[in-house]
Design a protein around this ligand. Structure first.
Ligand code: SAM
Ligand code: SF4
Ligand code: F3S
Length: 457
């Protein structure tokens, strides 16, 4: 019935935040298509404008409110236009979003995607509609119920929520407690994706290393990777995010034997000072983190390591900040997501003494970025002359006749080639490197798998 109600209507979906939201976007697209919607990229022709939002920092929330308010004129002009807020901000502010942004018709949290048809029915009858379940589940997440942005690459949620309560972080309160998806369901899901030519999956969780604990599994995450390795048509497996506290040495050893696991490991360190790490409630210290990095590099020589860092945490001294800079120089991260501390109401860190002025936080961030950028550039130069496997993603908007693809380490590579290669894995020689993007020459036009990979299982 809902399908008839919305048949031919158009939706515009904009996703902010992390890959968890991108995975939810795959499901939102699937649900909207099941009830008759088609996607548009144009605001002016949309019947439904949906924002899939992030709450992790205050700025992200402020920008979203401005984006919604900018729709006032359009909404006045097109009386039937529906505007919705999904994702973490919806869960964080719930019904109060209706008064914060009065033109919004529906608001629903990340654990309520399946309610979307019902909410849309209510909203289209002129009622404001909201839903905010606290705990996540995997009901309704079937492979044929998601629509992928790129047909050969999928995000796969394996664990929802977070129970870590890092003192600065709002995620546990908006995404609810950890809930793992049973391994047999994940295998069935990924197998179905691989059968429809998905070559790459990125397994998602706020702490993938905690996968399976709530199901009573031990080292459930690595066992899951080992099972996925056996799926014949699947080529590449990535995962995010690993919590340094929970990655064990035996787990790294077992992963080192899995040829399909890409050599890209995101290990958020957050800070280089033991006192700050303690205040953050991260559960590891500087030396434990450095040992973990060393273990990765010795078990997997091609491993590239990226990280997240927060600077200007409450009471962080100049010397403690320099410990973070020193750690960055020591580890030489391939890349880093760097932020200055943003106090989130309701978190422990927001109430700590010694909050630093924004100017200090911003200034430290600028110094951190400068340090890391130089390292990233130097590390990139080491790739020049190497031949890498590249999963071809799309044509370049900037250079006609060029393609963009991604290496196993997650680097973007630009090279000349035909669009028909999209979704295939090719050999590319790297000719030039900037801090993040690489340019190269296509060496072979045949499907190539696991080239130069010493870790064949
Ligand atoms: N689960 C992941 C982990 O434990 O590293 C991170 C998920 S969080 C959504 C992404 C990143 O946002 C964090 O690693 C942290 O660096 C940053 N972040 C979270 N809360 C923040 C805050 N209040 N201020 C600044 N950055 C923050
Ligand atoms: Fe936030 Fe920590 Fe959970 Fe990551 S592990 S989502 S930083 S509380
Ligand atoms: Fe943001 Fe929610 Fe992810 S707060 S970073 S979208 S889990």
């Amino acid at each position: 019935m809902a399908g008839i109600a919305f048949s031919g209507k158009r939706f515009l979906l904009t996703t902010f935040g992390c890959q968890m939201n991108q995975a939810d976007a795959q499901r939102i697209r699937g649900i909207l298509s099941e009830i008759g919607f088609v996607e548009t990229q144009k605001e002016t022709e949309a019947d439904l404008i949906l924002f899939n939002t992030c709450s992790v920092r205050e700025h992200a929330e402020q920008r979203l409110i401005s984006r919604v308010q900018a729709l006032t004129a359009l909404k006045r002009k097109r009386g039937n236009l529906l505007v919705g807020i999904a994702g973490c901000m919806a869960q964080n502010h719930q019904s109060s979003l209706f008064s914060m942004t009065p033109l919004v018709d529906l608001v629903f949290g990340p654990n309520d995607l399946e309610s979307l048809p019902e909410l849309l029915q209510n909203a289209s009858r002129g009622q404001t509609a909201g839903k905010f379940l606290q705990k996540g589940s995997f009901n309704g997440e079937e492979a044929d119920g998601i629509i992928l942005e790129r047909p050969f690459s999928a995000f796969v949620n394996i664990i929802r929520g977070c129970t870590n309560f890092c003192s600065y972080c709002i995620v546990p309160s908006v995404r609810g407690p950890e809930v793992s998806r049973p391994p047999e369901e994940i295998l069935k899901f990924v197998d179905a994706l691989a059968r429809r030519d998905v070559v790459e999956v990125t397994l998602l969780g706020q702490n993938v290393n905690a996968y399976g604990r709530d199901l009573g599994l031990e080292e459930g995450f690595v066992s899951l990777l080992e099972s996925l390795q056996k799926l014949e048509k699947l080529r590449w497996i990535r995962f995010l995010t690993s919590h340094p506290r929970d990655f064990t040495f035996p787990a790294i050893d077992r992963i080192s034997r899995l040829s399909k696991v890409c050599e890209q490991f995101h290990l958020p360190v957050q800070a280089g000072s033991d006192r700050i790490l303690g205040l953050m409630n991260r559960g590891y210290d500087r030396s434990g983190y450095l040992k973990l990095v060393a273990q990765f590099r010795s078990a997997i020589p091609l491993a590239t390591i990226s990280t997240d860092i927060i600077c200007g945490f409450p009471s962080e001294t100049e010397t403690e900040f320099e410990e973070t800079l020193q750690l960055v120089r020591e580890v030489r991260f391939e890349s880093a997501y760097m932020y200055y501390f943003s106090p989130r109401p309701g978190t422990r860190a927001a109430g700590l003494l010694g909050q630093l002025p924004e100017e200090t936080r911003k200034h430290r961030l600028a110094r951190l970025i400068e340090t890391q950028n130089q390292i990233a550039w130097e590390e990139s130069q080491k790739l020049v002359g190497k031949t890498l496997e590249v999963l071809v993603e799309r044509t370049s908007d900037r250079t006609p006749g060029h393609l963009l693809g991604k290496t196993r380490a997650g680097r973007t590579v630009d090279f000349a080639g035909q669009n028909t290669f999209s979704g295939s894995i090719q050999k590319v020689r790297i000719d030039r490197a900037r801090s993040w993007t690489l340019s190269g020459t296509l060496l072979d036009t045949l499907p190539v798998y696991h080239l130069n990979n010493p870790r064949e299982a």
